[in-house]
Design a protein around this ligand. Sequence first.
Ligand SMILES: O=c1ccn([C@@H]2O[C@H](COP(=O)(O)O)[C@@H](O)[C@H]2O)c(=O)[nH]1
Length: 273
Amino acid sequence: MNKSALIAQIKQKESFLCIGLDVDLAKIPTHLLEKKDPIFEFNKQLIDATHNLAVAYKPNIAFYEAYGIKGWKSLKKTINYLNKNYPEIFTIADAKRGDIGNTSTRYAKAFFEDLNFDSITVAPYMGSDSVEPFLAFENKTTILLALTSNKGGLDFQGLKTNTGALYKNVLKTALTWKNAQNLMFVVGATKPAYFAEIRKIVPNHFLLVPGVGAQGGNLQEVCNHGLTKDCGLLINSSRGIIYAGNDINFAKAAKKEAFRLQQEMKIILNENN
Ligand SMILES: O=c1ccn([C@@H]2O[C@H](COP(=O)(O)O)[C@@H](O)[C@H]2O)c(=O)[nH]1
């Protein structure tokens, strides 16, 4: 999916919500555990209930890998279900990959070709040749970690260098890479004070913003300096939506929470126009 299709979807749904599919079998409603594939069943019901309110879904791969081959099969069924039934949705493999070039190429093939995700999160630590194999896929998006939402995010990303904080160098350097227009950046909602500076470096790129909901990030504070003329933000909430309820009505509870966020986004988008 290209950027203009994503922007069109944001306008049509009046939403820039990304729902994180971080499935933990210890947290899902117990009646689903009787199903053949409880993880997929949980995801399917959540997706069916919320697809009108969200523009993106982001399974975090750790939550599938943790269940071995069964988890990987559930992931594959989930992405196939999204691609077949809701092809307009932007899909994100939150895998945080990145390695020497030939290994990154295999990661890119796994997530872009075999699983057919629209995008993947990538760690910038190993530098240009570790990221370029992802960028080589013309119609796919590489989402580079810039300033993450966790407390330790500043341990390295915030380090001062001669040319400014390390995360700023990540942003500036990444813009010089081939196909940099296919980049997005991860910036945590828990660090709203950094958005104005970040927008000076990347005024037009989309930012994937996790940390609203369970981590306490504030949507309005992120939008104050994060929004662009094309919106430019994908705000992720995982636990806050998918575990809003944990009984037979869990999908309804998730929909209610997604609707609450979408309504807030609608107001923000209208104010910004
Ligand atoms: O900086 C980052 C990068 C990725 N994440 C991931 O996003 C979700 C957040 O889940 P919540 O339940 O909404 O807190 C999760 O998959 C993280 O691994 C992040 O939180 N921060």
